[in-house]
Structure formats: structure tokens, C-alpha cells
Design a protein around this ligand. Structure first.
Ligand code: SF4
Length: 450
């Protein structure tokens, strides 16, 4: 049984995409570290980077190519400053040397070999890096960016989590609910017990609250920023105007504030700002927005820190099921994998903060996905802007409603969460590739780009 925890699913990165920006930067960095480790005093004579499938098809709009250059220089998406990232990519593209493992190379995004129609291996998001040394030896590694910033290296274990013994291991919602029934613990308490197999309670609390701080900073930055988003579509930022209107009118509706907060986060993401994958960048707005809105409405009953931890641990429990049993990647399963998964996770968190039982929380998560089944990924211009920004707003509203519907019942329902996740997996597998983050179908081809 593979372990996925809260700090695997929620990580700090930069926009606009976890699979197309954060994952490629991590892969390139991992490769750079491998080159450093085996280079010794040999000189690097050549570097080849092949970019396949969805990464090549929409890489321009997702800043994939700049992320690869930054990763090759050893940068980490969790720590790199967004302003530095933008400036450094511009410098390299303008002719400054790119430094790989201490060697200055003339290598820009124009040297990347793009294969947008080619899916060779286990996943549509593939990268192959090759370096040759003057000795004739070299390093040759292939990576897959599988969604949410997770990367897999060809020939290595699939997931980053350790296999340490957890007190409550689960791979299905049925197993999770059985643990709750037998132990009398809530879903969040089950997750906390599992997290404590890796780190102390204090470390879990401070780490989760740190994630929330980054989420809040992202919402606030989006509420302040105005102007147009980068990329050429001339998409205006709207969250700041919406929030000004809400404040001026004294509007307190949870749904209105959740919509504004989700759009704020995704505008920041589209601008290459600092975001938390939740569980991906494209869907990064829904979970922070629903939590923000719930805290505003005092669903945390006055103890915001405990509410944040309960919400995010509950959402994590649900998110691990999507990661293990299906996928959270738009290139795998369309937008149901990104916005659908985030909506389901947020619905579970909201139901938990509202006092829901484990069965009601499972029901909320199921409703949150059921009405996103079949949702395609068709970003206009390959940019994570249209439909992504508004879609996060809609996803946040659906999550709150899903939880409210579930809380009207007693947790008993027809479609189990496990069944809806399996339906989502099969639906995504049946989906034509043009609806899976290639920008070759849907809005991406019917909307004029001028
Ligand atoms: S349409 Fe959905 S899956 Fe595709 S890039 Fe936008 S948010 Fe991500």
C-alpha cells in the first residue's frame, strides 16, 4: 500500500501549472542533480532535451519551457521567487548562458526538441534529458509529470510517499469509512494519525498552517492585483473588482466570496505567482476559496487554526483516493481530474467543518465529483486562463452546494465515492486526446484568439 500524505498532495509552487510548470522544473532539477553527482571533473559536451505529448502541445502557454531551463539550473519550485523566475528565463532566452551542474551552456527554449503529437510511454507528459561528457559517457533520464507536481522517473518507484507503517492504511473510501467506524475517529483524525507515522503532531500542525498561510497570501494578492494576465489573450483580472463590489455592498454570501477567492487564486496562478497545488495548480483556487469562505462564515466555530487543519486533512484523505485510484492530471483524465477532484476534496472539507459525519463527508465528496464527470480540458491558447479561472469559481460553488446537499441527508446514498472515482477514471480513459490538455479541442479551437 502506497502512502500519500498532506505534504505530498499540497505543495508550494509557482504558476501556471503543476503538471506543466512545477513537475517539469522538478524533473529538470532532479536531472541536474544526477549530472552533478556523476560528472566529477568531466566536461559537458552536449545537452538534449525532448519534450513529448501534452507538455509540448501546451508548453508555451504553461511556461513549461522556462520551467525546464530553471530546473536545469537547479531551481526548486517551492523556493524560487516568481519575479526571479520570470527575469532569469528572459535573460537566458536573450542569450545569457544557462548553467547546468556548474557548466555554462548556450541553451534556450529554442533548443528543446518538441514532439506534441507523440505519446511514447506511461503518461502523456514525458521529458527525456541527455547529457554527454568529454569522456564519451553521459546521463540519460526519462521523467513523467503525472499531475499535481508529482513526477515519476522511468524505472523508479511510481510515487514519492514512503511505505512506512500507518495505523490506518486505506486505498478506498470503503476502507476509510471502516476505519472511522471501528475507531470512532473522524476522517481528519484518521489522516492525522497516519501523518504522525512520518512526523510529530506539532510538525503536522505547523506545516498545514504554513500551507494555509501561502493560500491566504495568494488570495490576498489576487484581491489586490489589477490589469491583464500575461500570454496574449488580453484576459483582464476580475477578482479585485468583484471583491471591491462585495465589500462596498456589504455582501456576505459564502458563495459570492468563494467565487471571488477562487478566481483570485487562479488569476495569480495564471500570472506565474506563488500558489499551493490543491491538488493541482489549474484547480488551485477551489480548496482555498471554500476554506476561506467557510472561515468567514465562522464554520470554524472561532478556532481558525483547528478548522484549517480539520478541513485540509479531510480534503487530503479524499484527494489520496483520486491519486491512487484514478488520476489528478488533466492530461490523463481531462478537467474532471483537476477541477473535479478539487471540488470533491473541498466539499468533503466543508462538510467536515459543518459537523458532518464520515458518511456525510463521503457523500459530499461523491456529489462534488458526480457533477463534474466528463469535464474536458480545453484551455484556450494553451494558457491556464479560459476556462480555468471561472471554472475554479464554479467549482468552489459546487463544492459548497455538494456539502450542503449531503448534510441534509444521513450519509446513506446510492452512488458511493469509490464508484464515482472509478466512473471518472473510465470516462477519462474513453475521452479523446484532444480533450485532455492538448488544446486541440473544445473551447481551445472554437474561441477566436486575436
Ligand atoms: S481546463 Fe481544467 S484541467 Fe485544463 S488546464 Fe484548465 S483547470 Fe487545468
Amino acid at each position: 500500500m502506497t502512502r500519500i500524505g498532506v505534504f505530498d498532495l499540497f505543495t508550494v509552487g509557482i504558476g501556471p501549472s503543476s503538471s506543466h510548470t512545477v513537475g517539469p522544473m522538478r524533473a529538470a532539477r532532479d536531472f541536474a542533480l544526477a549530472v552533478s553527482a556523476c560528472r566529477a571533473d568531466r566536461a559537458i559536451t552536449s545537452l538534449h532535451v525532448d519534450v513529448y505529448g501534452s507538455l509540448a502541445a501546451t508548453g508555451q502557454g504553461h511556461n513549461t519551457f522556462g520551467a525546464i531551463l530553471l530546473g536545469l539550473e537547479g531551481n526548486d519550485p517551492e523556493r524560487i521567487e516568481p519575479d526571479y523566475a520570470r527575469r532569469r528565463v528572459q535573460e537566458i532566452e536573450a542569450g545569457a548562458a544557462m548553467r547546468l551542474a556548474g557548466t555554462a551552456l548556450n541553451f534556450t527554449s529554442r533548443d528543446l526538441q518538441l514532439h506534441p503529437l507523440l505519446v511514447r510511454g506511461a503518461h502523456a507528459n514525458e521529458l527525456r534529458f541527455r547529457v554527454s561528457f568529454d569522456s564519451g559517457a553521459g546521463v540519460d533520464e526519462t521523467y513523467y509529470s503525472v499531475g499535481g507536481g508529482f513526477i515519476e522517473k522511468s524505472g523508479s518507484p511510481a510515487l514519492p510517499g514512503s511505505h512506512a507503517e500507518e495505523p490506518f492504511p486505506f486505498d478506498s473510501a470503503a476502507e476509510l469509512l471502516a476505519h472511522c467506524t471501528e475507531s470512532g475517529l473522524s476522517i481528519a483524525e484518521i489522516m492525522l494519525a497516519n501523518e504522525k507515522s512520518q512526523r510529530s503532531t506539532a510538525e503536522v500542525r505547523s506545516g498545514v498552517l504554513g500551507l494555509w498561510t501561502t493560500m491566504r497570501e495568494c488570495i490576498d494578492a489576487g484581491f489586490r492585483a489589477t490589469g491583464f494576465l500575461p500570454g496574449g489573450l488580453q484576459v483582464p483580472r476580475r477578482a479585485a473588482g468583484i471583491v471591491t463590489g462585495l465589500r462596498d455592498s456589504g455582501q456576505t454570501s459564502e458563495l459570492e466570496w468563494a467565487t471571488a477567492a477562487a478566481m483570485a487564486v487562479n488569476e495569480e496562478n495564471a500570472a506565474g505567482g506563488r500558489v499551493v497545488t490543491a491538488p493541482t495548480n489549474g484547480a488551485a483556487g477551489i480548496i482555498p476559496a471554500v476554506l476561506f469562505s467557510a472561515l468567514r462564515a465562522n464554520h470554524g466555530r472561532g478556532d481558525d487554526a483547528s478548522a484549517v487543519i480539520e478541513f485540509l486533512l479531510t480534503a487530503t484523505a479524499i484527494g489520496t483516493l483520486y491519486k491512487k485510484r484514478a488520476s489528478i492530471s488533466g492530461a490523463d483524465l481531462g478537467c474532471q481530474g483537476e477541477v473535479g477532484s478539487a471540488c470533491s476534496m473541498a466539499a468533503a472539507g466543508y462538510a467536515a467543518l459543518s459537523g458532518g459525519t464520515p458518511e456525510q463527508i463521503e457523500n459530499a465528496a461523491e456529489i462534488g465529483m458526480e457533477h463534474n464527470l466528463g469535464l474536458t480540458c480545453d484551455p484556450v491558447g494553451g494558457l491556464v486562463q479560459i476556462p480555468c479561472i471561472e471554472r475554479n469559481g464554479m467549482g468552489a460553488v459546487t463544492a459548497i452546494h455538494a456539502a450542503r446537499v449531503a448534510l441534509h441527508g444521513n450519509g446513506s446514498h446510492h452512488v458511493s465515492l469509490d464508484a464515482v472515482i472509478e466512473t471518472m477514471r473510465i470516462t477519462g480513459a474513453d475521452m479523446d486526446a484532444k480533450y485532455r490538455e492538448t488544446s486541440r479541442g473544445g473551447l481551445a479551437v472554437t474561441v477566436a484568439q486575436c
